[in-house]
Write a protein that binds this ligand. Structure first.
Ligand code: FE2
Length: 386
């Protein structure tokens, strides 16, 4: 059980925008979170509802940060005073040496995690903001890799060690790194669900059409939809776990996936590679009666919001990707579901919940650039999600 004040936001004005966060953080319980002792408490209680007295209302997230490149964006994220930061994959590029792709070893993966740990802006950030993380292909360690990756167990250990996962946690005992936590008191509960889209993933079907054919269709065209009934993205154990999580009471549910869920036309890595799994996600949201779902994703090196009416109510997929590098050309590929963006400069996402809004709480989805300016945003009532 979380005790009073364990999720405490910085006082307004404590950190003028653009300046490094002041240290040390005020609250002893917050320090416990950051040093890992609260993290063990959280994991030990992961099966329960964690009733903190303080509701959380600012959840930042981002993806794709190369450990060889400067990372000043952490200062900008810190200035937005998030309660928690969600790292949605490619926290390191463990299969890229700065010039080319290579096959990592546990030693090179460890070296690259150490490089991230040594970046001063990231050090400052993680000393002041709790981080929850899942992986994408590059921090998993195999380009576009899945269940076949032979180093997945060693990579998992390095990943969880880096993010301070307690030695005896459930997450270490079961295959994969999926995770969920619920923050806040009744009526203001925020459930954060981190999916693992790598450990269980079936092989892709390569699209062998020519570059010219793909360009004419305005797709990247790496992969074709895999409709084999045996093909999976999450795997059965993770699906069963997700269904149990969605049956727990929560007011806002942020379901985070390394790859895009709703945008499915680029033929890059996306849930559209496995259309039956994609449909199953909407079906499980409907079947469990889970209200308040917003999807978060990364991977594509730009930011956008996509919308779908395939679920029981309108569902958004808020994508933020590209903290140290970008690919504006990817933003030009097909996405007929886009409702905001694209923003192609370095960016992170911020989900702001106004619990006091009337007649119902509101949610703002903000894509923010490295300069701290809001590039685009969408604001809607929580009533719309259920
Ligand atoms: Fe990436």
């Amino acid at each position: 059980m979380i005790t009073k004040g364990q999720i405490v936001r910085r006082q307004q004005g404590q950190n003028p925008p653009g300046l490094l966060p002041l240290a040390p953080f005020a609250s002893a319980t917050r320090r416990a979170f950051l040093t890992g002792s609260l993290a063990s408490l959280l994991v030990a209680n992961a099966g329960e509802i964690l009733a903190a007295d303080e509701p959380i209302s600012r959840i930042a997230f981002g993806s794709c940060a190369k450990q060889q490149l400067p990372q000043p964006i952490w200062n900008t994220i810190s200035a937005t005073q998030p309660d928690v930061f969600l790292f949605l994959g490619d926290a390191i590029y463990g299969d890229w040496d700065g010039k080319q792709v290579f096959i990592p070893t546990p030693e090179t993966l460890k070296r690259d995690w150490d490089r991230l740990a040594a970046i001063q802006e990231f050090r400052n950030f993680r000393a002041s903001v709790p981080i929850m993380a899942t992986w994408d292909n590059h921090d998993y360690g195999k380009h576009d890799g899945g269940a076949e990756f032979t180093l997945k167990e060693q990579s998992k250990r390095l990943f969880l060690d880096f993010f301070g996962e307690p030695e005896n946690s459930d997450r270490r005992k079961r295959p994969g790194i999926y995770d969920a936590k619920i923050f806040g008191p009744e009526g203001k509960r925020v459930q954060i669900i981190l999916l693992d889209t790598r450990t269980f993933k079936s092989p892709y079907i390569k699209d062998k059409r020519s570059k010219e054919e793909k360009a004419a269709l305005n797709i990247r065209g790496q992969y074709l939809p895999n409709r084999d009934l045996r093909a999976t993205l999450l795997g059965e154990a993770q699906w069963a776990w997700l269904e149990r999580e969605l049956r727990k009471p929560a007011d806002v549910r942020l379901i985070a996936s390394s790859t895009q869920v709703i945008a499915d036309e680029k033929a890059m890595e996306e849930w559209g590679n496995f259309p039956l799994e994609r449909k199953r996600l909407f079906d499980v949201i409907a079947k469990t009666g889970a209200k308040g779902v917003v999807l978060l994703s990364g991977n594509v090196h730009f930011a956008e919001i996509s919308a779908s009416d395939e679920g029981p109510y309108p569902i958004r997929d808020f994508t933020s990707s590209g903290m140290t590098h970008n690919n504006p050309e990817y933003s030009m590929l097909n996405n007929t579901r886009r409702v905001a963006g694209p923003f192609t400069k370095f960016n992170f996402g911020l989900v702001e919940i106004d619990w006091d809004a009337r007649p119902a709480p509101s949610i703002a989805l903000k894509a923010i650039g490295a300069d701290g300016l809001v590039a685009f945003q969408e604001i809607f009532s929580l009533e719309r999600l259920g």
